[in-house]
Design a binder for this molecule. Structure first.
Ligand SMILES: Cc1cc2nc3c(=O)[nH]c(=O)nc-3n(C[C@H](O)[C@H](O)[C@H](O)COP(=O)(O)O)c2cc1C
Length: 191
């Protein structure tokens, strides 16, 4: 047997270990269109069940008309920090086949989550922070962008330059994590 060359590394990659969902973004920082394309490309390249790619995104850069329309549907609590982000992306899952009772993919939300995760990791590589959130009016957002019933507006991600204070001033739920034991259902014990 050959051990995979770097698979014995004892630490999570520093970019992931140091990742936080920032609650403070630089209101002056901008992401150029090319950067936005790269973030969307990262999502586009994510794996999905049967390569179904059950996702679409509404993309608003701070200052443009789409951004303003997204902001209309955020809760006051989200708006406080998310409005400063350089980019807001509404994440939408294709859950049903148009005009039928059939699921488009039983993994639609799973796949969307994975595409969004790809985007957030790409953001880390670009030196950007990313904060996903659900505190917005889902029905209002769907109506705003004429999203049909077969698609589900699932979450929003705010991207931008995280302000230095945000790593320690997380305003949401606890950042504490379950232990390895608590998340491992079954695993043979090491000899
Ligand atoms: C699907 C989803 C919904 C979330 N909703 C909110 C939200 O409404 N407001 C908020 O401040 N953070 C929200 N978060 C961020 C989480 O609270 C955060 O990821 C978690 O507390 C862990 O913190 P960390 O990302 O900084 O490690 C959400 C994250 C996910 C993945």
């Amino acid at each position: 047997m050959t051990e995979c060359p770097t698979a014995g590394e004892p630490h999570v990659h520093p970019a992931l270990a140091g990742r936080v969902s920032p609650v403070s973004f630089d209101p002056e920082a901008t992401i150029p269109e090319t950067g936005v394309d790269v973030l969307l490309d990262a999502a586009r390249l994510a794996p999905s069940a049967g390569n179904s790619q059950p996702w679409m995104f509404v993309v608003g850069r701070r200052g443009d008309a789409i951004h303003a329309r997204i902001c209309r549907h955020l809760t006051p609590g989200s708006l406080r920090w998310a409005a400063d982000a350089s980019l807001l992306v509404v994440n939408i899952a294709h859950v049903m086949v148009e005009g039928t009772e059939w699921e488009y993919s039983e993994f639609a939300r799973y796949d969307l989550g994975q595409a969004v995760a790809h985007m957030t990791v790409q953001a880390l590589a670009m030196g950007l922070g990313a904060h996903q959130f659900r505190a917005f009016d889902r029905d209002g957002m769907a109506a705003e962008f004429a999203v049909p019933a077969e698609w589900e507006v699932t979450s929003v991600t705010a991207f931008g330059a995280a302000e230095a204070t945000s790593a320690t001033s997380y305003a949401g739920t606890s950042r504490q994590r379950l232990s390895l034991d608590e998340v491992t259902w079954a695993r043979a014990s090491a000899d």
